[in-house]
Design a protein around this ligand. Structure first.
Ligand code: SF4
Length: 367
């Protein structure tokens, strides 16, 4: 029978403690032989652990492998990041996405300098007071960098625990989530908490993967209820995610001599990053020309369509029709926009969504 969250493992037998110990031992044995090598592992540097954990949120390990060493070379300590201009931080983060992580990391570093004398605290409770550090990250830093025996429960660990105990209710409901935290916590050994949490992450990322898990390779197979019951591929029982909202934009690459019009975003999404003008909607070149003249006081000539680009964010899909144009006669940048020398465009932090327009600008510059 599938196990709901209200049932406790203890009810299913009297040897739960030894079962828990055996699970923990089997997992660590597997980890000792199969741990993925990563530049942030075994470093004994809480700052490096913090940076890696922030980068790894919603980002693939392979991508972080590239960014992490470069970022640490430029900002080797919390003090170095705290002192840097935000624009430099965003430039180093360019392409990693979820840019609020970079801004929060910098604010967190400033907080550590101002409130903790530059020393990163070691308890999950204190870590959680720092900007950008939530329940998961506080526990992962505390366990990996300081050996505190707390579970770090992310999506991978939720999946492993739901399957291990065949928990069939929605794990995102708070009482179910608490139950998962408790079960995950029971597995954490006093002496190797960091390794245990990293082993759970590795297991979830490489063996107990979403969809169909690779149970034949799993060190926990003999303990796994979902595997025994044949329902592992239906767990965790997550609610259907809403499809992302599609938004059409006219994107404009507008030149004034050797300058180009850009806008530094003030919206929460991609805040602080630079974009070409993005005008919501889809217009013909004639309609766009009229719009620019009337709404933005930008008289343009040679306006043409130059291609299309699509970018998928978690909650939005941008469909961008790209136009190039030149300013007909001198005009100031509309409020919030700036004329930037075209050769400086590669130096300003831009989101990946601007990659194709930036390439078009570069090509046009060479013609
Ligand atoms: S046996 Fe299968 S379902 Fe169970 S934890 Fe291992 S990989 Fe996941």
């Amino acid at each position: 029978m599938p196990r709901s969250f209200s049932e406790t493992p203890e009810k299913s037998g009297g040897t739960e403690e030894s079962r828990v110990n055996r699970i923990t031992e089997a997992l660590l044995r597997w980890y000792d032989e199969n741990a993925r090598e990563m530049p942030w592992r075994g470093i004994a540097d809480p700052w490096g652990t913090w940076v890696s954990e922030v980068m790894l949120q919603q980002t693939r390990v392979e991508t972080v492998r590239d960014y992490y060493p470069r970022f640490l070379r430029r900002f080797p300590t919390a003090a170095a990041l705290a002192e840097a201009p935000e624009e430099d931080v965003l430039k180093m983060w360019e392409g990693l996405g979820y840019y609020s992580r970079a801004r929060n990391l910098q604010q967190g570093a400033r907080q550590v300098m101002a409130e903790y004398g530059g020393r990163i605290p070691d308890s999950p409770e204190e870590l959680r007071k720092i900007r950008g550090i939530g329940p998961y990250t506080s526990c992962s830093i505390a366990s990996i960098a300081f050996g505190v025996p707390v579970p770090a429960v992310d999506g991978n660990v939720i999946r492993v625990i739901c399957r291990l105990y065949s928990l069939t209710e929605n794990p995102m409901e708070s009482r179910n989530r608490e139950r998962i935290e408790k079960l995950a916590g029971e597995l954490v050994p006093e002496d190797r908490a960091g390794d245990h949490n990293q082993a759970m992450m590795d297991l979830g990322a490489t063996v107990c993967v979403p969809g169909t898990p690779d149970c034949d390779r799993c060190p926990l197979r003999e303990f796994c209820r979902a595997c025994a019951e044949g329902n592992a591929d239906t767990l965790p029982n997550l609610p259907q995610a809403k499809p992302p909202r599609e938004i059409a934009y006219d994107l404009l690459i507008l030149r004034r001599g050797d300058q180009v019009l850009l806008r530094r975003r003030t919206e929460k999404m991609l805040q602080g990053l630079w974009c070409f003008p993005l005008l919501e909607g889809s217009r013909s070149p004639e309609e766009l020309e009229t719009f620019l003249q009337q709404k933005m006081r930008l008289p343009v000539q040679n306006l043409r369509e130059a291609g299309e680009a699509k970018h998928v964010f978690t909650h939005q899909v941008w469909r961008m029709k790209i136009h190039t144009a030149e300013l007909l006669r001198d005009a100031p940048a509309p409020e919030g926009y700036s004329w930037i020398p075209a050769e400086k465009v590669p130096d300003v932090p831009m989101p990946t969504a601007m990659k194709i327009p930036r390439t078009i600008l570069e090509k046009n510059g060479k013609q």
